[in-house]
Write a protein that binds this ligand. Structure first.
Ligand code: FCB
Length: 461
């Protein structure tokens, strides 16, 4: 039976824009996701995060759910425009996160705070967003403000969530806010996110509890080739997706092959002397989000080119300078996102990280599945496919651990159904259901199952 280390951290995760609502209350400024979701046609069903799960007003109830689940940690994100609209500290916004952190600590739950889960203040996007170097410095100022406010109580800080999505979906394919389709700007965004990460770690370390752990969450792609002949396509996608972040953040340098592959798009002159060293701050743990693997092959140039990368077809591709790569459909079963279920990719990814960065522990900061849940006449949600997904992926984590990987924890995405970005509320990832309309919280079977796993520290069966 798969087992986990004694001090393994069990948690759940959410993000501010996806759950909070209260988009224009108590001095919160607009973010790029407010602008994006309020633009007709960009989000499925015209959904917005205006109300979301109303977590801002239902904080105590949600904290009690976390407590009843028995989790040891809760990963949430801070809404930058709520706490620092227009570059000025907003006390009511800061108070909300103080209440959240204190409410967690009172219940014996460790707060894991993500600074940036995609909700850039709109005024910074008006000044060119992450394509502008200045945004990295604004991010560090915001990090310092949060460190000063809750840095005495938060022991785990995550600077960025999935900068891959911020840069490539936000600025290249345009399916996420701010919805731009400018490949050169997207690569500048990659760099300014890396730089902002390093500056934020420095700013936090200057003010927070010295024992605090520093981290970043990456959605690393586990890339496989259709055949041996596709090794170079795998290398190319790995550079753009993974090493564009791992390189500067963990090794202090961009991979040479990435610079060469993208030479037709940019000369990377936005990287200044010393930037890569700044991006490479000592980290205590690397956050990994995993949902499914990626399958590629070299395109023959004539057949219909497959683009089944799982990231929605937008006006343009997020895969800059990868016109000669195909993203292949993968065998099922699939989740409601159309993503294939393949937990072997998670074991392989964790072992690759262990091999490449043996001194860097990891934690799974997101893993989970969307399914079209139904409430049965008994008032319950029998989401056995989600239970099966979580069971498989936790088994995969345990396998990686037994093969030597130092994995410190696991956070289910998500605590509750929420605003799934451009998919709106149609895609439901929660282990707790949020009833449309009433926003009533209903435990799905997966929540009961996860509570038992957390309590025993092992998987059933
Ligand atoms: C990740 C995001 C998270 C959620 C899941 C399904 O890319 O970090 O907010 O949308 O996907």
């Amino acid at each position: 039976m798969p087992t986990f280390p004694e001090n393994f951290v069990w948690g759940t995760a959410t993000a501010a824009y996806q759950v909070e609502g209260a988009w224009n209350e108590d001095g919160r400024g607009p973010s790029i996701w407010d602008t994006f979701s309020h633009t007709p046609g960009l989000v499925a069903g015209g959904d917005t995060g205006d109300v979301a799960c109303d977590h801002y007003h239902r904080l105590e109830e949600d904290l009690d759910i976390l407590s009843a689940l028995g989790v040891g940690a809760y990963r949430f994100s801070i809404s930058w425009p709520r706490v620092r609209p227009n570059g000025t500290a907003n006390r009511p916004g800061l108070d909300f996160y103080e209440r959240l952190v204190d409410g967690l600590l009172t219940r014996g739950i460790a707060p894991v705070a993500t600074l940036y889960h995609w909700d850039l203040p709109q005024e910074l996007e008006d000044a060119d967003g992450w394509a502008n170097r200045d945004t990295a410095y604004r991010f560090a100022e915001y990090a310092a403000l949060m460190g000063e406010t809750i840095g005495d109580r938060v022991r785990t800080w995550i600077t960025l969530n999935e900068p891959w999505c911020s840069a490539y979906l936000g600025y290249a394919s345009g399916v996420h806010a701010p919805g731009r389709t400018e490949p050169a700007a997207a690569l500048a965004a990659v760099h300014h996110l890396n730089l902002g990460h390093g500056l934020a770690v420095q700013a936090l370390r200057a003010v927070v509890d010295p024992a605090a752990q520093m981290s970043v969450t990456l959605n690393l792609h586990h890339v496989r080739g259709v055949s041996e002949a596709d090794a170079d396509a795998v290398r190319q996608v790995d550079a753009l997706a993974n090493r564009a972040f791992l390189g500067p953040m963990l090794e202090g340098a961009y991979p040479r092959d990435l610079i060469a592959d993208t030479a037709s798009v940019t000369d990377w002159s936005f990287v200044r002397d010393g930037d890569e060293a700044t991006a490479c701050q000592p980290l205590d743990v690397l956050g990994v989000n995993y949902y499914n693997p990626t399958l590629v092959r070299r395109w023959d140039g004539s057949s219909d080119r497959a683009t089944a990368d799982g990231h929605q077809d937008g006006a343009a591709s997020p895969w800059i300078a990868c016109e000669n790569v195909e993203f292949m459909p993968q065998p099922g079963p699939y989740t409601e996102m159309g993503w294939n279920i393949d937990e072997t990719g998670l074991t392989e990814l964790l072992l690759r990280l262990h091999r490449d960065y043996p001194a860097m522990p990891t934690m799974i900061t997101e893993n989970g599945a969307a399914f079209a849940d139904v409430v049965t006449p008994d008032g319950r949600v029998h989401d056995e496919r989600r239970v099966d997904y979580l069971h498989r992926h936790l088994t995969a984590v345990a396998e990686a651990i037994s093969a030597g990987a130092d994995v410190r924890g696991y956070f289910v995405w998500s605590l509750m159904d929420n605003f799934e970005w451009a998919h709106g509320y149609a895609k439901r990832f929660g282990i707790v259901r949020v009833e449309p309309g009433t926003l009533e919280r209903v435990w799905k079977d997966s929540a009961h199952w996860y509570r038992d796993v957390v309590a025993s520290g092992k998987l059933p069966g």
